[in-house]
Design a protein around this ligand. Sequence first.
Ligand code: SF4
Length: 158
Amino acid sequence: MREAEFYKKFNDNKVECFLCSHKCIIKNGRKGICKARENKNGILYSLTYGKVAASNIDPIEKKPLFHFLPGGRSFSIATAGCNFQCSFCQNASISQIKDLEQNFNAQTKETSPEEIVNLALKNQCSSISYTYTEPTICFEFTADIAAMAKKKELKIYS
Ligand code: SF4
């Protein structure tokens, strides 16, 4: 967990998150629509920073890309929660989580951006994919991973 970016504070301990177009106004002690950002005493936190809810090594051909690093592998990761509520979601068990802290965060080991990049390299992946849930909602984590991945010449896509 770490303090979120992209929000503003109001005098009554409410905050407004403007990371995505929902622009949730969140009271103290409540979460945004995505369930991944919580107002704690007037400070908005990203609850899923470093909390990987799913990871897999996928062939790049599984991704919706045409002729991108053909034959390569992609290290796919997701954090829990989502700002969409699609009725056809294949990953509802992680995207539509109601009590994120109990169901994932409590049991999930904190993983640093550096560890993610190292795992991708160790598994001969040429890219890292943000997938399964909408990656915007954990922007702080995905941006840090991307910055580190770039230094190692790993591609990023979502
Ligand atoms: S990222 Fe989450 S808390 Fe922020 S506006 Fe979007 S749904 Fe609301």
